[in-house]
Design a protein. Structure first.
Length: 493
């Protein structure tokens, strides 16, 4: 049976971080690496919200380049190279083809992508180059040949978002931090008008403890405003949300080792078609979303939008029947007008409330390390902690192990029964959803295959966690409820 260290939260910490997505986990690593006594609490599972639903790119952002946001692109490209150095097992170099179907597009894209190379400087992953139509099609045989002049091929980074999240959690633990999922912040306790402790509820047992803290960091992503209101009921909203959806198809639909960048959609965005884990990811959209949700569902018309836009660039249209998974995430976007006290950067914001709650919001996965460093710099001042510089620039991240050997769970998935045990023993997986969605990527790759694995995963996980059949059935039912909307959408419902 795998023990759970919830009682370890009943202690006095230098820093307590609320939220176990990219931002909070990064902050926990930064704080623990400085020698601060650190705890991180996650209400559900690590990366359950936005951090498992990205396009899986570690990138400077060619879109920002087109918008002239040079500083942001340079910073992200710098972070890209730091991350590849510190987590080479998780971040790789990927070639991106930007196709030109009009004669003037190739020089235009070439100039832009040369600028991207220059901004990357010595940390560049590889030089951009012009490919003629034949060379382009050799790399991407499914690309539409009619009217193709050529393309520019540039380099960017690719990763697995939840595997990086787990690696960060384990790195923080290696550095002495207490890191727990299914531990929700439900209130603050004060001394005078300053926050002195977080009330934390164990979501499995209902037990509550007080985690005392010199400083508390709010890294709750799309739930940022909820936690801010727990501190100050009159806090004005800092965030607005935007939904971004993806569809996933088998690799055969789009063979080749490179990704495709569709530089302009009808609504003026870019669309990526990216090889990932023997599948291909197509995305994304950008639609205002009124409220945060843990399991947002793509709308039917978004699937049609992505199928239609991708098909314009393919020899054979991609159809709904080929889609194996679809998912969406909510972007936490900072309302710049909302905070006057905030220290603003282009993409993320760090705000300190009157009671000393340090809120970090916005940003992207690529820049999580820099955001964490900035946040802990502020937290150090607010908490009056001993000065200690950030060490994360040169800090290798914990290497993860999945997938392992053993009986295959499903012929369409690269995971084995041993991976279930590994996830429970070493990666704090507590539910069938944790295993299938975020230790493995089954939900995100092939949702039907993932559903077929449910009873066996439930059984194996129950055995590992010392639970009974009733628990296994309840955890399996919970996963089936999460997968149901995606299954219905694929069935045309
Ligand atoms: C569609 C899409 C595509 C993207 N693609 C990319 C990409 O390719 N590259 C890139 O660099 N970035 C990308 N991003 C951005 C990136 O995914 C996000 O910036 C990042 O994941 C945000 O992480 P976070 O930790 O701030 O938030 P989250 O991941 O949402 O984490 C917040 C956590 O706080 C927890 N929480 C909430 N309330 C409480 C509480 N009371 N107690 C304890 N815990 C609590 C939640 O359960 C959640 O797990 C993309 C975003 C979207 C939406």
């Amino acid at each position: 049976m795998t023990p759970r260290a919830f009682a370890a939260l009943d202690d006095a910490f230098d820093v307590v971080i609320v939220g176990g997505g990219a931002t909070g986990l990064g902050a926990a690593v930064d704080a623990a690496a400085r020698g601060y006594k650190t705890a991180l609490i996650e209400a559900v599972d690590f990366a359950k919200a936005t951090s498992s639903r990205s396009t899986k790119l570690i990138h400077g952002g060619v879109r920002y380049l087109a918008e002239g946001d040079i500083h942001l692109v340079r910073e992200a490209l710098h972070e890209r190279s730091i991350l590849r150095r510190n987590a080479p097992h998780l971040v790789g170099d990927l070639g991106f083809i930007c196709p030109a179907y009009r004669w003037y597009e190739a020089p235009y894209y070439y100039a832009g992508l040369m600028a991207y190379d220059v901004l990357a400087g010595s940390s560049n992953f590889g030089r951009s180059q012009y490919l003629n139509a034949r060379q382009t099609r050799e790399r991407l045989p499914a690309l539409r040949a009619r009217g193709l002049f050529g393309s520019i091929r540039y380099h960017d980074g690719q990763f697995d978002d939840t595997r990086l999240a787990i690696s960060l959690a384990r790195t923080a633990i290696d550095l002495g931090a207490v890191v727990l999922n299914y531990a929700r912040a439900v209130g603050f306790e004060r001394i005078g008008d300053r926050i002195a402790a977080v009330r934390v509820r164990d979501e499995e047992s209902g037990v509550e403890v007080r985690a005392r803290a010199r400083v508390v960091v709010n890294a709750t992503g799309i739930f940022t405003d909820e936690l801010r209101r727990l501190d100050d009921s009159s806090a004005r909203p800092l965030l607005s949300l935007s939904r971004g959806s993806h569809i996933v198809v088998p690799r055969e639909v789009f063979p080749g080792d490179d990704a495709l960048l569709v530089p302009r959609t009808d609504d003026g965005r870019v669309l990526f078609i990216v090889p990932w884990h023997r599948h291909v990811l197509i995305g994304t959209t950008d639609i205002a979303e009124p409220a945060p949700s843990l399991d947002p569902v793509p709308h039917a018309d978004e699937m049609e939008y992505m199928l239609a836009h991708a098909s314009r660039y393919l020899e054979r249209p991609v159809t709904r029947s080929q889609v194996t998974a679809l998912f969406c995430g909510l972007r936490p976007l900072v309302n710049r007008a909302a905070s006057t006290t905030a220290k603003l950067s282009r993409e993320h914001v760090i705000e300190t409330s009157r009671s000393g709650l340090v809120t970090i919001a916005g940003g992207k996965w690529t820049t999580y390390r820099k955001m964490a460093e900035d946040t802990i710099d502020v937290a150090r001042e607010v908490g009056g902690l001993a000065a200690a510089p950030s060490r994360t620039m040169q800090l290798p991240l914990h290497e993860s192990m999945l997938p392992g050997t053993g009986a295959a769970l499903h012929p369409n998935l690269p995971y084995t029964e041993d991976d279930v045990a590994y996830a429970a023993r070493h990666e704090m997986a507590r539910t069938v959803d944790d295993v299938l969605s975020r230790r493995m990527r089954a939900y995100f790759l092939d949702v039907r295959a993932s559903a077929a694995c449910v009873p066996r995963v439930g059984e194996l996980l129950a055995r590992e966690l010392g639970r009974d059949e009733t628990w296994a059935r309840a955890s399996s039912d919970a996963y089936e409820a999460i997968a149901a909307p995606a299954l219905a959408a694929l069935a045309g419902g």
